[in-house]
Design a protein around this ligand. Structure first.
Ligand code: TUI
Length: 315
């Protein structure tokens, strides 16, 4: 299971852990990197001071490469990028925007830059500007999403760029990883499955909600604001849907949305908080150590690919 992504990032298995705000903290990140994947701190809207502390904590816990995700809608995005360059963090992933203007600085610090894209147009633009790889994320994902599914987005991005493509959205097991590799991806990023890692410090209610959820339990809200997000259905999403049906003004959405992710992920209010999780919530069955997650995904992917290959040979 060695691909260009392993060599580029200096990791054993081409599995990245999504850099989820309020969820992907130093403990989870270090556990994923120690197990041979790439752990990624989720900086979300956190302050630069918080991010620097988390970076130091991961460095204390592991000598393996790790990353930080920068959410480009954050007011602190630029300051965070500057500190990541200073700290010479191995990998910087970005979400919710175009990181083009930060490429030179990050590359001169020796960091690999891997933006998340949800469209072919942005993938092409960024590959021309010299990013090291791309994460093509389908709308099955949790959190801020685009409009195209992983199945349809990944092969188009693979055809459009020369850099390695990492598939994200709708992947939580070895079958999904095998499928992503068949589509031309050279690695996968998983978020939801790692929320349910034992080392993840998210509130227990969130892990329980994911484990209990079924196929139709997630929904995309916020389309009218231009920032659609996939979350698990709850009392809060009912309110958002009411807003959509009555055509409430953007300020009303914003007011209702403030602080909701922390409320769910840290305080455990899964009724009135934003439980950002992907469609695969329905497939995640238990809490287990990050190392077990990675080993089982890799073993199942290898077995699936071997089975597929041998059945083709028999045909
Ligand atoms: O970023 C995510 N997932 C997220 S971010 C988040 S916090 C948030 N805060 C306020 C508003 C919305 C979200 C929770 N989950 N995933 C990566 C991702 N990036 N998905 C989609 C995109 C994306 C969207 C537009 C990437 C680039 C982009 O480009 C705009 C452009 O410049 O063309």
């Amino acid at each position: 299971m060695r691909t260009r992504v392993c060599d580029l990032l200096g990791i054993k298995y081409p599995i990245l852990q999504g850099g989820m705000a309020w969820v992907a903290t130093a403990e989870l990140v270090a556990a994923v990197s120690e197990a041979g994947g790439l752990g990624i701190i989720g900086s979300g809207q956190a302050t630069p001071q918080w991010v620097r502390k988390q970076v130091h904590k991961v460095k204390e816990l592991t000598g393996k490469p790790f990353g930080v995700n920068v959410m480009l809608l954050s007011p602190y995005a630029e300051e965070i990028i500057n500190l990541l360059a200073e700290e010479r963090v191995a990998v910087v992933t970005t979400g919710a925007g175009n990181p083009g203007k930060y490429l030179n600085l990050l590359h001169s610090a020796g960091s690999k830059v891997i933006p998340v894209v949800s469209s072919v147009a942005l993938a092409k633009r960024l590959s021309r500007s010299g990013v090291d790889a791309l994460i093509a994320e389908g709308m099955e994902s949790g959190g801020h999403v685009g409009e195209i599914t992983t199945m349809v987005l990944v092969p188009q991005v693979v055809d459009a760029v020369k850099v390695p493509v990492i598939a994200a959205g709708g992947i939580c097991d070895g079958r999904g990883m095998a499928a992503a590799l068949m589509l031309g991806a050279e690695g996968v990023q998983m978020g939801t499955r790692f929320i349910c890692a034992s080392e993840c410090t998210v509130h227990e209610n969130v892990k329980d909600a994911i484990i209990k959820s079924k196929d139709r339990d997630s929904i995309v809200t916020g389309r009218p604001t231009g920032h659609p997000v996939r979350v698990l259905k709850n009392k809060l999403t009912k309110k958002f849907i009411e807003f959509e049906e009555t055509g409430a003004p953007a300020e009303e959405y914003e007011k209702l949305g403030v602080g909701r992710m922390k409320l769910a992920m840290v305080d455990g209010d899964i009724d009135m908080g934003s439980v950002m999780a992907g469609q695969v919530s329905a497939m995640v069955q238990k809490v287990e150590p990050a190392r077990d997650i990675i080993n089982s995904v890799i073993n199942e992917a290898e077995r699936t690919i071997r089975l597929t290959y041998s059945s083709k040979v028999v045909d």
